[in-house]
Design a protein around this ligand. Structure first.
Ligand code: ADP
Ligand code: ASP
Ligand code: MG
Length: 410
């Protein structure tokens, strides 16, 4: 008997009417003779609201209690969907993270799944029951406390559950009908792709395309879970196929650039007149690493008279903290001044074809300069390059690159 995991995101379960619509999608698969586990997110906006309440209660909230609070959104939708399924004659029950259990490490707020015991769910299948699993949440076995997997984490719950119960596939239902060449809400000319390679999807997700959480793509790749992105707004009786995330070898028509991603969640810090000598980079970046701050793009200017300028980016949420840490160790490192900018964005082009084509990034630099977009920093790797620009130019830059690489829909 074939086995399926279906995941429905926030907008797909935004209210009871939409939950009834989700139930119809589930019914279709059950009637096709499949064993189904459904993973649900919180209703749209609910998690943001709960995060804001934690901050309101105390800006320095306890991460363990934060998890107890924000995990509650998924508990509600799991129960409601089970009720909606029962109403249309489909036996179903809800499963919280601690009940399954979905065991994670103890990193509250961004925990990683360590193991999933699917026995209870599979037992339910044998009784003809649909399992409705609360996404985003797990339990830290050692302490027994509720954990959450980081924003967008229900995607990872779904793929990991599919691997654990040996499902034939995992369908991620969302508010778009697949993965596009860039965010279709920003570029109306974006094209839906039938297939996208794991490596490309990993880069797109980590560079800002929030359609899938990065970790979910890693899990799908490692455990070889055929994963589709589809729309919950399609007719439940006749849905589209969506986009398959697959191996590079299974892509028929390889493109040099397959997608453009962007992130506004960037901030830039520049240190002026830093001594250009061994050990300085370590002195700057070790304290940031120790504080759990991720540093992304790093550019060091050629030195004059033994002094250099150093510029790098951190996530917007870490900006104030990074600034304060560097201010404190300023005299130890020995730089003359520090500047920062929060209104910056990172725009990236991704494609496995870049491995075998030269000059792909150079064309972008010219196209952006022709549009008057100034580039603050650049990074490149095997299958992507990124530019840091003023945030106000984000859409212009994304559209320019989308057109440049021939990605616009006809
Ligand atoms: P869900 O609540 O279902 O998890 P998300 O909001 O997390 O949905 O992700 C879906 C959104 O991702 C879409 O509405 C779209 O705006 C955005 N998105 C960003 N980049 C892309 C892309 N390349 N392809 C498709 N959607 C994208
Ligand atoms: N509800 C959680 C969030 O908004 C998890 C998810 O939707 O995947 O981040
Ligand atoms: Mg999401």
């Amino acid at each position: 008997m074939s086995r399926l995991v279906m995941k429905f995101g926030g907008t797909s379960v935004a209210n009871v009417e939409r939950i009834h619509n989700v139930a119809r999608h589930v019914k279709r698969e059950v009637e096709a003779g499949r064993q189904v586990a459904v993973v649900v997110s919180a209703m749209a906006g609910k998690t943001n609201e709960l995060v804001a309440s934690c901050k309101e209660a105390s800006p320095l909230y306890d991460q363990r209690e934060y998890d107890a609070v924000v995990a509650s959104g998924e508990q509600v939708t799991a129960g409601l969907l089970a009720i909606a399924l029962q109403k249309i004659g489909i036996p179903a029950r809800s499963w919280q993270g601690w009940q399954t259990p979905i065991c994670t490490n103890g990193t509250h707020g961004s925990a990683r799944i360590e193991s999933i015991d699917g026995a209870g769910i599979i037992d339910g299948f044998s009784r003809g029951e649909v399992a409705v699993v609360a996404g985003f949440q797990g339990v830290h076995k050692e302490t027994g406390r509720i954990t959450t997997l980081g924003r967008g984490g229900s995607d990872t719950s779904a793929v990991a559950l599919a691997a654990a119960i040996h499902a034939d596939r995992c369908d991620i239902y969302t508010d778009v009908d697949g993965v596009y060449t860039t965010d279709p809400r920003v570029v109306p000319k974006a094209r839906r792709m039938d297939r996208v390679a794991f490596e490309e999807m990993l880069e797109m997700a980590s560079l800002g395309a929030k359609v899938l959480q990065v970790r979910s793509v890693e899990v799908a790749m490692v455990h070889k879970v055929p994963t589709y992105v589809r729309s919950s707004f399609d007719d439940p009786d006749n849905p589209g196929e969506g986009t398959l995330i697959c191996n590079e070898e299974d892509i028929v028509e390889a493109q040099v650039v397959t997608g453009i991603a962007f992130s506004r969640d960037e901030a830039q810090i520049t240190l002026r007149r830093v001594a250009d000598k061994p050990g300085v980079a370590a002195a700057v970046f070790m304290p940031l690493a120790e504080a759990g701050i991720n540093v992304d793009m790093i550019v060091q200017v050629v030195s004059e008279d033994g002094m250099t300028d150093m510029t790098f980016t951190v996530g917007t949420a870490d900006y104030e903290r990074a600034f304060a840490i560097l201010e404190k160790i300023k005299d130890d490192i020995g730089f003359s001044s520090m500047a920062g900018e929060k209104e910056v964005a990172k725009v990236s082009a991704i494609g496995i074809g870049m491995r075998s084509h030269a000059g792909v990034a150079a064309r972008a630099f010219r196209a952006l300069s022709e549009k008057g977009v100034n580039i603050r920093a650049i990074t490149t790797s095997e299958i992507k390059f990124s530019v840091l620009i003023d945030e106000a130019y984000t859409e212009l830059a994304v559209r320019t690159l989308h057109t440049l690489y021939g990605l616009d829909a006809a």
